[in-house]
Design a protein around this ligand. Structure first.
Ligand code: CAA
Length: 285
């Protein structure tokens, strides 16, 4: 298994994430088939791509010709069967486990035996999605960040049965799209949303409980902790529905996250207080 053998990429779902993934893959020379269940959704996906490519042309990241070539490399369809000759398929459908499992069950029937089957899920279990197929070793998480054409990172999520070679291919594929990767085990929310969502949730709670105005909560985090965007502004960018859905999934899976972490207590007891003691979560000279 090798990233060199990937030429044709299938994307399931033409929404914000799916169209972004299709665009970025096509920008890096892959032939892309973008599938959604209705023609109208496919057309909306192309509109999102055209808008994004337009921005990249106006800020001189791409030339007009390059943008046109990207567009030509993407085919739209409503038929899942049209993904049969794809070497890698990324599913970016609704964030609903039953829907994703249905899709993977169908994909298992039609995808090539050696195809990489990836899901862009942001919080759901890769292992559970993979279990809907007869080839769970071929399923991996490729979690792109929104907006896909702009954000520099991709989270690679390793399911219980994911083939380690496939994990390498997933890293190489994302790197070929000029993204930097990090890896997460298949635990709820992975790295990003497990940490980001409680942070956003606490920002919302602080506002609701009258700790400060929304502007001051965002300013406190931006100016006080050097994040580019405070929790309320970022929640607005992500979409509050997406934040709620992700937080509900984490709540179901992880319960009360707000007690001091056991590891935090253990580190303090051990005197590993961070930079000032030369050791915390990292080591310092
Ligand atoms: N396609 C192409 N270019 C785009 C674009 C897109 N979709 N969106 C923005 N851009 C470009 C703009 O054209 C602009 O380029 P120039 O500066 O050269 O003109 C640049 O990006 C900045 O855009 P804007 O000035 O319009 O907007 P902004 O200042 O808000 O910046 C952003 C855009 C960098 C994406 C910023 O909004 C941001 O950081 N958003 C939050 C991103 C984020 O944290 N994403 C992760 C969310 S969590 C997640 O995705 C995980 C999950 O599972 C929920």
């Amino acid at each position: 298994m090798d990233v060199e053998t990937i030429n044709r990429v299938g994307v399931i779902g033409a929404g914000t994430m799916g169209s972004g993934i299709a665009q970025v893959a096509a920008t890096h020379g892959y032939d892309v088939v973008m599938r959604d269940i209705e023609q109208e959704f496919v057309e909306n996906g192309f509109e999102t791509i055209d808008d994004s490519l337009g921005r990249l042309v106006s800020n001189e990241t791409l030339t007009e010709d390059e943008a046109a070539a990207v567009r030509d490399r993407i085919t739209g369809t409503t038929e899942l069967e049209d993904l049969a000759d794809c070497d890698l398929v990324v599913e970016a459908a609704l964030e609903d486990l039953d829907i994703k499992r249905d899709i993977f069950g169908d994909l298992d029937e039609i995808a090539a035996d050696d195809a990489v089957l990836a899901t862009n899920t942001s919080t759901l279990s890769i292992t559970s999605i993979a279990a809907a197929t007869e080839r769970p070793e071929s399923v991996v998480g490729l979690h792109f960040m929104n907006p896909v054409p702009v954000m520099p990172g991709v989270e690679i999520v390793v399911g219980e049965q994911t083939d380690p070679e496939l994990v390498d291919v997933a890293h190489e594929f994302a790197e070929d799209l000029e993204k930097t990767t990090w890896e997460s085990d298949d635990k709820p929310g992975f790295v990003t949303n497990r940490i980001l969502m409680p942070w956003i949730n606490e920002g919302i709670r602080a506002f609701d409980e009258g700790v400060a105005t929304k502007e001051d909560i965002d300013a406190g985090m931006e100016l006080g902790t050097n994040v580019p965007m405070g929790p309320l502004t970022l929640a607005d960018h992500i979409g509050l529905d997406i934040c709620l859905h992700a937080t509900e999934t984490l709540h179901e899976e992880l319960g009360d996250r707000y007690k001091p972490a056991y590891l935090l207590k253990r580190k303090v007891e051990a005197g590993e207080l961070g930079k000032k003691t030369g050791s915390g979560f990292y080591e310092y000279d």
